[in-house]
Design a protein around this ligand. Structure first.
Ligand SMILES: NC(=O)c1ccc[n+]([C@@H]2O[C@H](COP(=O)([O-])OP(=O)(O)OC[C@H]3O[C@@H](n4cnc5c(N)ncnc54)[C@H](O)[C@@H]3O)[C@@H](O)[C@H]2O)c1
Length: 391
């Protein structure tokens, strides 16, 4: 890793992002890089180890010198600055993050925070998205959003093709095997990816599941087909069980596993359909059971982050993400748009020894929206004296 410093500092005094930045791009708040149009990569596992090198080299920090905008909170954490507060130090740790295919989503933000804290980054990218992710990485399309707090660029040591709805080659149906979007890749079932990572690196310390898919997400539950419902559960919930099952033997004791969930699991969110609310409920329940099983078996912690709304590629496909962001901004205790980096930083905390006694939890990173019992922007409350942030 070219990154030599853990740039992520867990300081209790870290200031909130002022509401004047409310509608700023998430990437600008902490990292200074505006998110750009996403894209994908294509590195097949073991047989392509040699091809990792050119890709890897093209990401070295020296290739970009210009973009270096960081907020005060992060710029304080420069390599030479005296360390204050509680540092998150993940140096020597290796993370596998499943569900990174562009620089807009939570997976990317989590990768950056883990990298800022010193971890080595491996990612799993959905097979059909791999080519464009790889070419965009190579062409430098993500360079601006790869900038870490110390000015270096996040390096991704290796990208693995992954389709988390298939556990092993026997599961893969003929039409997928022969599909041209899959034809150029190999060893992308969950079991094979875990085997490849073991072969390449021996072990990991952090496993992140940042993926979901519900083909009928725009349909109300009452109109969801059995097939659509089960597909949502398969891609968004069982994929996590499978991932942890196959990676657990190579997760070092003391390691951590994190997934991403959404409040629709426990509260009614009209529009989040197709069985996706059920899938998130399953994911949260599984988090508790898996925390027990993985804790007893390998001393591995299992937590999930219930994140607020983010304008990711997946969220935009649902169709009402801007409304959810606006709703949260006006109704949450903290009147600001959530930044993906805030979720990334929470994940880095959960992955770190600072969270060594935290397992089986749902951690809300949503500006507190989950705690609200009413929507305070309702006209019904117009006579109520509701405190507003002073501008
Ligand atoms: N964006 C939000 O508002 C929001 C809120 C709360 C929770 N989340 C959760 O965050 C996680 C990440 O989503 P995001 O919103 O950052 O979007 P995203 O588009 O960045 O991530 C979703 C990823 O899942 C991948 N994927 C889909 N099917 C896959 C499969 N079968 N195998 C492997 N990868 C597959 C996609 O390629 C994509 O990279 C998801 O679990 C999502 O439900 C998102």
């Amino acid at each position: 890793m070219a990154t030599t410093f853990s740039g992520l500092q867990f300081a209790l005094s870290r200031p909130c992002i002022p509401s004047t930045q409310r509608f700023a791009d998430a990437g600008t708040m902490v990292l200074g890089g505006k998110s750009k149009v996403g894209a994908w990569n294509n590195l097949t596992s073991v047989s392509h180890v040699a091809s990792v090198q050119p890709l890897h080299q093209s990401f070295t920090s020296s290739s970009i010198k210009s973009v270096k905008i960081v907020t005060k909170a992060m710029s304080e954490s420069s390599a030479d600055a005296p360390v204050s507060g509680l540092p998150i130090n993940l140096k020597g740790k290796r993370a596998f993050i499943a569900g990174v295919a562009d620089d807009h989503g939570y997976g990317w933000a989590i990768a950056k925070s883990l990298a800022a804290a010193g971890a080595e980054i491996l990612v799993g990218t959905w097979v059909p998205a791999l080519n464009i992710f790889e070419s965009s990485l190579r062409r430098g399309k993500f360079d601006e959003s790869r900038v870490l707090p110390d000015g270096s660029l996040m390096e991704i040591t290796k990208v693995y093709p992954l389709d988390a709805v298939f556990d092993n080659p026997e599961d893969v149906p003929e039409d997928i095997k022969t599909n041209k979007r899959y034809a150029g890749s190999a060893k992308w079932t969950v079991q094979e990816v875990a085997e490849s990572v073991k072969e390449d690196f021996g072990s990991i310390d952090i496993l992140v599941h940042s993926l979901a898919n519900g083909p009928e997400v725009t349909k109300p539950l009452l109109e969801t087909s059995r097939k659509g419902y089960l597909a949502a559960i398969s891609a968004s919930s069982y994929s996590y069980v499978s991932l942890l099952k196959h990676f657990l033997p190579i997760l070092n004791p003391g390691g951590a596993s994190i997934s991403l969930t959404y409040i629709a699991s426990e509260r009614i969110i009209p529009g989040y359909g197709g069985g996706m609310s059920s899938a998130k409920a399953a994911l949260e329940s599984d988090t508790r059971v898996l925390a027990f099983e993985a804790g007893r078996k390998r001393k591995v912690r299992v937590n999930t982050i219930s994140a607020g709304p983010l304008r990711s590629r997946a969220a935009k496909a649902i169709g009402f993400i801007d409304m959810m962001i606006d709703y949260s901004t006006v109704n949450a205790p903290l009147e600001k748009e959530l930044s993906a980096d805030e979720v990334g930083n929470a994940a880095a905390f959960l992955a770190s020894p600072l969270a060594s006694a935290i397992t089986g939890t749902v951690l809300y990173v949503d500006n507190g929206l989950n705690a609200m019992g009413v929507a305070v922007d309702s006209p019904i409350f117009k006579e109520l004296d509701i405190p507003k942030e002073q501008h």
